[in-house]
Write a new protein. Structure first.
Length: 93
């Protein structure tokens, strides 16, 4: 080991070497965490894009809000939810 690292017998050099290796491992772990977070966020956005389809026959963007229509729309949304058509239910809510 003395031929590779000539100052290996120095205790300060050993401490410095341990600190540098620890920093390299910490940076690699931090980078890996960022990569995983971006990958999970991308997967979540892909999943949410599936619900933004135009399959719903109701045009909820131009739907005027009227207080007397709240109960029928809630019942319609519950019916969609019970039948498993969650994207239509979300559009109504």
């Amino acid at each position: 080991m003395e031929q590779i690292l000539p100052a290996y017998n120095d205790p300060l050099f050993s401490i410095l070497l341990i600190i540098i290796i620890s920093l390299i491992i910490a940076l690699a772990t931090y980078g890996w965490g960022l990569y995983r977070q971006q990958k999970e966020q991308g997967n979540l956005l892909k999943f949410l894009d599936k619900f933004d389809s135009t399959e719903c026959a109701l045009d909820t963007t131009d739907m005027p809000f009227e207080p007397h229509m709240l109960k029928p729309l809630t019942l319609l949304a519950k019916a969609f939810e019970n039948s498993g058509e969650y994207h239509k239910s979300i559009n109504i809510y």
